[in-house]
Design a binder for this molecule. Structure first.
Ligand SMILES: C[S@@+](CC[C@H](N)C(=O)[O-])C[C@H]1O[C@@H](n2cnc3c(N)ncnc32)[C@H](O)[C@@H]1O
Length: 263
């Protein structure tokens, strides 16, 4: 059932957002997570992997030519979401949820996958993107990126955001990406290469089969559609992967710290 607010409740929420827009601070990926984050939109700089794509807030299925780039096989779509000023975006940290607002419109590059079992008349693209460069995604991938050193395994390519950030680290010598989808790898890697400062090898396969065969200083696992989905899964993968010294999974470290345990 939809939640109905009383006029007083609606007014209080509007007042809260108005107050937040007066308290905006410059964006930084290093900002500490809080349930209410308020940023100056002009400071929100994100990498546009396919430059020139026109930002839009239309549904992904209704974008016009120029507003997206599709993979050659047609199963993936890159687009740039136009996110309007003062509209809240969700964030998460462990078991907590929060919101981010910007004081002006910002752009949010995103990667969608087509539905595998499309029914007639249904929208072609999965509703949730595999990856979008929101503050929520950037802030929650950062704890893993900051653990990266030596030889690093990254499971789940997505938009390559974590791959690029890991490659910026002086402590990182080389990276092995494990990604299940050949079409995504063939399309995305040429666009990513100019942004990668370290040797990067790619294994196309299921991370849960491939990682136990590898050796590395750390594996960063983000193959999950939802935040925290990997909680138990990463722990089990770590037990089956004697050659990997340390594991981190998206959403798992903020939950318990188990994912960051030295093995
Ligand atoms: C959430 S996205 C990763 C986003 C990435 N962290 C980034 O920074 O852009 C998940 C990725 O994992 C891939 N994937 C899903 N299941 C997988 C599996 N079992 N093994 C390897 N890759 C998988 C998906 O194709 C997708 O590219």
């Amino acid at each position: 059932m939809p939640v109905r607010l009383t006029p007083a409740q609606a007014a209080a929420i509007a007042d809260d957002y108005r107050a937040r827009l007066q308290q905006c601070v410059p964006w930084s990926p290093a900002v500490k997570w809080e349930p209410k984050l308020n940023f100056i939109g002009d400071t929100y700089e994100v990498l546009e992997l396919f430059p020139g794509v026109v930002a839009s807030d239309d549904p992904v299925d209704r974008l016009q030519p120029g507003q997206f780039v599709d993979s050659p096989g047609g199963r993936f779509r890159y687009c740039v979401r136009l996110h309007r000023a003062a509209h809240p975006l969700l964030t998460w940290w462990g078991a907590e949820v929060g919101t981010v607002v910007f004081d002006s419109d910002v752009i949010i590059p995103a990667l969608y996958q087509a539905k595998e079992d499309l029914q007639p008349g249904e929208p072609r693209w999965n509703e949730a993107p595999w990856m979008s460069l929101t503050p929520g995604e950037i802030l929650t991938l950062r704890p893993g990126t900051r653990l990266a050193k030596g030889k690093v395994v990254i499971a789940g390519l997505g938009l390559g955001h974590q791959l690029i950030e890991v490659c910026k680290r002086l402590q990182v010598k080389r990276v092995v990406v494990v990604e299940i989808d050949q079409e995504l790898v063939d399309w995305m890697m040429p666009a990513l290469r100019p942004h990668l400062r370290k040797p990067v090898d790619v294994i196309v396969g299921d991370a849960f089969t491939e990682i136990p065969k590898l050796t590395a200083d750390i594996a960063l696992v983000d193959t999950f559609p939802g935040y925290g989905d990997g909680f138990r899964v990463v722990e089990q993968l770590a037990r089956r992967s004697p050659g990997i010294k340390r594991f981190w999974g998206w959403g798992t470290s903020e939950m318990t710290g188990l994912g960051q345990r030295e093995r």
